[in-house]
Design a protein around this ligand. Structure first.
Ligand SMILES: NC(=O)c1ccc[n+]([C@@H]2O[C@H](COP(=O)([O-])OP(=O)(O)OC[C@H]3O[C@@H](n4cnc5c(N)ncnc54)[C@H](OP(=O)(O)O)[C@@H]3O)[C@@H](O)[C@H]2O)c1
Length: 208
């Protein structure tokens, strides 16, 4: 499969690219700074671009089977419009290039899933993560109504732990406390979703 990966220099994105390459996919990495790819740099096709630029993403998308996003704001708790702008760019690019598959990393607790979250989760989502979640909610809704073959991935708190492969994934999961899942497992789920039809036009809540 030919994947266009957004956010390939981030910790989840790096796992995703590594996994995709090991499974035989070819990967184009749309990155602001190719140096951030480190040892992945010579195994992917890097495109230096901004994921919020419709022109940049459209230029990169042609010829791919899927667009996969692990974009994020790193340690910042301010969205700065990243998710709304990048989702608009990705949707436009996908339509223009005829790439129907879009796998998008969001967060559990965004949009309607806020109501499903535990009391400790709600406290974090409505305060610290408020700006990020508001922007993600708009982005996720625009993807759901895009007409594309989308999957929105909604993980709980992310860790840097190893892939366990024993996580839960469903349209809805019961929540208690503030559960987590490793970025490596999230990447594996996203890669599997891009390759299969099971999560087509569905939002997947995933957690350990
Ligand atoms: N932390 C948690 O507990 C948690 C829980 C659930 C979901 N999530 C979500 O999971 C996602 C991934 O998080 P993460 O910690 O693995 O990654 P991250 O550190 O947020 O990495 C973000 C990636 O996005 C890229 N990026 C940001 N703005 C860009 C732009 N304008 N153009 C191109 N690339 C851009 C960054 O590139 P640069 O290298 O150039 O900065 C980096 O590759 C995020 O959306 C996050 O909100 C996090």
């Amino acid at each position: 499969m030919k994947l266009l990966v957004l956010g390939a220099t981030g910790p989840t994105g790096r796992h995703l690219v590594d996994l995709a390459l090991r499974s035989g996919d070819s990967v184009t990495a749309l990155v602001r700074n190719p140096a951030g790819l480190g040892d992945l740099a010579d195994r992917v096709t890097p495109i230096t671009a901004d994921a919020t630029s419709p022109r940049d993403v459209s230029a990169a998308a042609a010829g791919h089977d899927a667009i996969v996003s692990a974009l994020g704001r790193g340690n910042s708790v301010r969205a700065d419009g990243l998710f709304t702008r990048a989702s608009a760019a990705a949707i436009g690019a996908a339509r223009e290039a005829g790439v129907s598959r879009l796998v998008w990393l969001s967060s559990f607790g965004v949009g309607h899933t806020y109501d499903w979250s535990s009391t400790p989760q709600k406290l974090i989502y409505s305060t610290l993560l408020r700006s990020l979640y508001a922007d993600k909610a708009i982005a996720d809704e625009s993807i759901r109504s895009s007409g594309l073959d989308w999957t929105i991935v909604l993980p709980t708190r992310l860790t840097h732990g190893p892939a366990k492969g024993t996580y839960h994934a469903d349209d809805r999961l019961p929540m208690k406390g503030n559960p987590s899942i490793s970025r490596a497992d999230v990447a594996a789920f996203m890669h599997g979703a891009a390759h299969g039809g099971e999560w087509s036009r569905r939002s997947a809540v995933i957690s350990d």
